[in-house]
Each structure stands twice: as structure tokens, then as C-alpha cells.
Design a protein around this ligand. Structure first.
Ligand SMILES: *Cc1c(COP(=O)(O)O)cnc(C)c1O
Length: 424
């Protein structure tokens, strides 16, 4: 008998693992939908929610969120093409990133994205030149500001520090002549991203208020219209024992307080909140199969077929003490004795530890384990090519049916891009 939770929308995870093999990521569209709607319904209506593909660039995940109403924030040519093929309206796509290449800027113009978020004055000039070379027309740019004020509430602080991202606030303040000289690029907004994994709604509200007033001050000083303000996002999800999820009601109420007065002063301004982790993390489970269960010097190890090569995020973020993602046994018999296990993967490095000393019902070789809340920064942020295991399969469960949305890498896939030269 399995534990009752080891299914998604009624589809047994053991059947899914059998059909698609392990290790694999499984995404639950009911959770994606609930997460999006619960947030959307609480945010002020002036705020558009954009999905940051960085967190999970799977095209079907993007398409599902797009159908729910999310725009897309992309940072590479491939992410741009992913969003467009997923059916996201180019008018709901922004392109951001510190190192945009000419061909990426051209692709933005070809697609007609809502805006290019420019991260330096040089990039504005480059975008102007590229627009001119295409025969003119107009391109909308939003300035990414590196604010003078620091961030509240994020481990990864942005703002108030030297960064390769954005343009320092005091540089923007003096950039009027630069902006006026642009022939084809029209600067029409401000962007700021203050960090990731915010778990206190008061910090998000505080940072948003700061960004909105900075945007108004800069636009006034530069004499540019405020048509778009993107105030980032970085909402977190609780991964570890000592964390709690955001209070969405309080977040919604706080956001209305800072957004509504701004919206009254700037009724035509589009507000964007860009979110990666928050939209997808909770919907994903990383499913691995125990290959070996062994003991070393009194510690029990489950050596699974996948590990940090697909789930680097589980190593723990910004912490010296190993903290564990929620892990569960996907098929323990009722009443099985519990033990503490460290969950490790197939890599030949002691760092390949997904979870350290977690309590689980007894694990035997062949059992399935699930790492929950793993739908963000999984394969995309992991060294999937390390030891040539390749990237795992990804499956979406929708209306009770599991479908493959990414094939597992095979040995032939891994070798296909290599060339064996003749040394004779
Ligand atoms: C990484 C990133 C995001 C997404 O961050 P999350 O914490 O996953 O929501 C959004 N905007 C920018 C500029 C980013 O660098």
C-alpha cells in the first residue's frame, strides 16, 4: 500500500516513473494554476504578472502560464523563441539581461516585444543603431536602474551595490542628453529587480514602494513618460523547516496601498511584476529512484539515480548549514519504520547531497523518492552535463494525464555535438 499523496491529479507517480523512467521532473498544472490565480486575484489589477523563464524554461510550462494570462520575461534568444512559440503575445514579452548581443536585440525588434530592458547607456546606443540599420521605426526601451537604496529582505541583495546589472541611479539622473540624442529608441519606463526569495510580504511592499517613487523621480528628471514600470518580484517559497510561505492576503493589501496612489498619478502606466520561482516551484516534484541504500560510519545513505546534477538548488542557497528541501517517500508501506537518510546522487563528488539526514519511512533499493517544491531552478540551474549523465525527462500532468514535455538526454544526444578528430 502506498501513501495516499503519491499521485498527482489521480495519476500515480509510480506509474509515471514506470512510463517515463527516472530521474524525472513532474509538473502539476493544477498547482501552477492555483498558484497563479491566487496571486493574480490578490494583486492590484494594474499589475501584470510576467513569468521569468529563467526559473523554468520548459515550453509547455511557459505555454500553460501564458494561457492563464502571464506575460514572459526573457533573457536570451532561446528564451525569447520559447515564449513566442509557447504562444505568448509579443506585446507581453520583455527582454532583459546585461549582455544582450546584436542578434538578440534584432530578434526583439523582429518580434515586436513590449520593451527591451536596457542595462547600460551603451546598450541604448547599440539598440538605436540596430533599429536604424533595420530601416528605422521605433523601439521602446525601459531603463533598468541599479538603485542607490539597498534591498530589504533578500539574501541576494540588489541595489546600493556595484553590480553589472542596470544603470546606477545617479548615472540615469544625468543621462538626459544621452536619451534625447537617441533617434529611434524611445525611453518610456523604469525597471528594477531587488533580489530573490523574499518571504516577508512587508519587504516586497517596501521595495515596490521605493521603486515606484524612484521611477517617478527619474522620469520627471529625464522628461520621459512613464509607460512601463517593472518592479521585479523575487517572491520566495518556503523550502526549509524554519521558513514560512508568504502571506498572500497581506501582500495583496500592502501592494494595493503602494500601487493605487501611483496608478492614480500615472493612469496609463503598465505595471509589471516578474516572477520565476514563485510561479513554478510549488508545482514541480523531482522524482528519483533509490539505486542503493548503504551505511557509512553510522550514517544511512540513499544513493539515487539523480541528484544535484539536476537539482543544484537543493544544495541549499546562501547557507553554510545544509538545509533540506521537502523530501518524501513515494511508496512506503503503511507502518514502515522511520529512519534518517542522506539522499545523494550519482556524481563522484561529496557535494552531491540533495538532502542531509532527513527522516523517511524505510527506503529500499528500487523505491521512489520525491523532492517537492522543485519546479524552479531545477535542470536549468544545474550541471546536467557533469559526469555525462545528461538532463532528465520532464513530464506535465494535466487533467489527470501525464505527458512528456522534455525527453531525457541519451548517450547519443550527449555525444552528438562532439567531434572525434583523426590524430593519425
Ligand atoms: C532571476 C530574475 C528574476 C526571477 O527571479 P525569481 O526570484 O525566480 O522570481 C526576475 N528578474 C530578474 C531581473 C532576474 O534576474
Amino acid at each position: 500500500m502506498s501513501t495516499p499523496e503519491s499521485s498527482i491529479q489521480g495519476a500515480a507517480l509510480s506509474d509515471i516513473a514506470e512510463e517515463f523512467g527516472t530521474p524525472l521532473f513532474v509538473y502539476d498544472t493544477e498547482v501552477l494554476q492555483r498558484t497563479y490565480r491566487d496571486l493574480r486575484d490578490r494583486l492590484p489589477k494594474q499589475v501584470d504578472v510576467f513569468f521569468s523563464l529563467k526559473a523554468n524554461p520548459n515550453i509547455s510550462v511557459c505555454a500553460f502560464l501564458g494561457r492563464l494570462g502571464a506575460g514572459a520575461e526573457v533573457s536570451s534568444h532561446a528564451e525569447l523563441v520559447t515564449a513566442l512559440r509557447a504562444g505568448v503575445d509579443p506585446a507581453d514579452v520583455i527582454f532583459l539581461g546585461p549582455g544582450k548581443k546584436d542578434h538578440e536585440l534584432r530578434a526583439c525588434l523582429d518580434a515586436g516585444v513590449h520593451a527591451v530592458v536596457c542595462e547600460s547607456l551603451e546598450e541604448l546606443t547599440r539598440l538605436d543603431r540596430i533599429t536604424a540599420a533595420r530601416g528605422g521605426g521605433e523601439c521602446i526601451a525601459v531603463l533598468r536602474v541599479n538603485p542607490s537604496f539597498g534591498t530589504k529582505g533578500s539574501g541576494l541583495a540588489m541595489g546600493g551595490k556595484p553590480r553589472q546589472f542596470g544603470i546606477d541611479e545617479d548615472v540615469i539622473a544625468e543621462a538626459k542628453s544621452h536619451i534625447v540624442a537617441l533617434a529611434h529608441v524611445r525611453v518610456a519606463g523604469v525597471h528594477a529587480y531587488m533580489g530573490t526569495r523574499f518571504l516577508d510580504q512587508a519587504d516586497v511592499v517596501h521595495n515596490t514602494g521605493q521603486i515606484l517613487s524612484t521611477a517617478e523621480a527619474l522620469a520627471g528628471r529625464l522628461g520621459v513618460p512613464l509607460e512601463t514600470v517593472d518592479f521585479g518580484g523575487g517572491l520566495g517559497v518556503a523550502y526549509f523547516d524554519n521558513e514560512r510561505d508568504l502571506d498572500l492576503d497581506a501582500l495583496g493589501a500592502g501592494m494595493r496601498e503602494v500601487v493605487e496612489p501611483f496608478a492614480r498619478r500615472n493612469p496609463r502606466c503598465r505595471l509589471i511584476m516578474e516572477l520565476g520561482r514563485y510561479l513554478t516551484a510549488m508545482a514541480g516534484t523531482y522524482v528519483v529512484r533509490a539505486e542503493y541504500v548503504k551505511e557509512s560510519m553510522g550514517e544511512q545513505f540513499v544513493v539515487a539515480d539523480g541528484g544535484t546534477n539536476h537539482h543544484m538548488a537543493a544544495v541549499g542557497i546562501g547557507s553554510f548549514v545544509k538545509r533540506n528541501f521537502p523530501v518524501r517517500h513515494l511508496g512506503a508501506p503503511a507502518g514502515a519504520p522511520h529512519r534518517r537518510y542522506s539522499l545523494t546522487g550519482p556524481l563522484c563528488t561529496p557535494n552531491d547531497v540533495v538532502a542531509k539526514k532527513v527522516e523517511l519511512p524505510e527506503v529500499r533499493p528500487g523505491d521512489l523518492l520525491g523532492v517537492e517544491r522543485s519546479g524552479a531552478y531545477g535542470p536549468t540551474a544545474s550541471p546536467g552535463l557533469f559526469l555525462s549523465h545528461g538532463y532528465p525527462a520532464e513530464v506535465v500532468v494535466h487533467r489527470g494525464r501525464a505527458r512528456l514535455v522534455r525527453e531525457r538526454d541519451t548517450t547519443e544526444d550527449l555525444l552528438a555535438k562532439q567531434r572525434l578528430v583523426d590524430f593519425s
